[in-house]
Design a protein around this ligand. Sequence first.
Ligand code: AMP
Length: 290
Amino acid sequence: MSAGAAVPVVRRVSELRAAADTVRSQGGKAGLVPTMGYLHEGHQSLVTRSAAENDLTVVSVFVNPLQFAQGEDYGAYPRDLDRDRQMCAEAGAGLVFAPPAEEMYPQAPITTVTVQGLNAVLEGRSRPSHFDGVATVVAKLFAIFGPGRAYFGEKDYQQLAIVRRLAADLSLPMEVVGCPTLREPDGLAMSSRNIYLTADERPAATVLWRSLQAGREAVEAGSRRPGEVEAAMAEVLAAEPKASPGYAAVADAATLDRPEVLAGELRLLVAARLGRARLIDNIGVGCDRL
Ligand code: AMP
């Protein structure tokens, strides 16, 4: 274990297991915040919550090669472990787990985790192997550390839904905690990938938030047809010349199915590319709440 000005960092699976064993042998609770690093206040909000609810909070910082397809930004993904350690310290983490890729994958895995159906819609359409990579690394982190609670952001809503289902289907003895999205003052969801935005693209990136607002307004104005709400969102995305729209979708908040008529708890989800940055965002809308 190498201690520094910030939080100690461990790189080996055996070291993380030992830390988990120690806290549990003392009757303590262990919380896990899985990340790909290059942390921002959104990540910190998950760490703060975990630190308030557990005796030891571990932040994993691992850019997982399994969830990137050829041609995606695995190599370019921003990395700054020293800064991450500092931010983890500020937010109350006890340990950072930053394994090299060969520690997590000493051999190319032929055992992987697939959460069927949920992995194929929305993000899964343009990133077909992405969520199998996510589910596999998350299952490995759960197996290594055995957290009582693990914290995930609603920012990646489909990921949260997949991890919830993974934990339920595999009867994992733990709680998956969903946490609200932190945003910049103009509505842009905080994301490590915002670093890719040029000065020109940065103001245009609010188009995702504006699109979600248009969807919410359509629902609040009484629209109950998914197509109408999606059209309202898509229109905003299409009107931003710097953005290439991905999708604008209405989904059931639990199953991510597209409802025939809007009812109950829904999620509005959008994706768009701005230059090098592929950005996603979503909000909740409750029809029964209106
Ligand atoms: P990432 O490093 O992008 O894989 O994100 C790690 C965790 O932080 C995931 O559970 C994300 O959903 C969560 N997260 C990312 N951005 C935000 C945000 N703006 N607000 C809250 N949580 C976030």
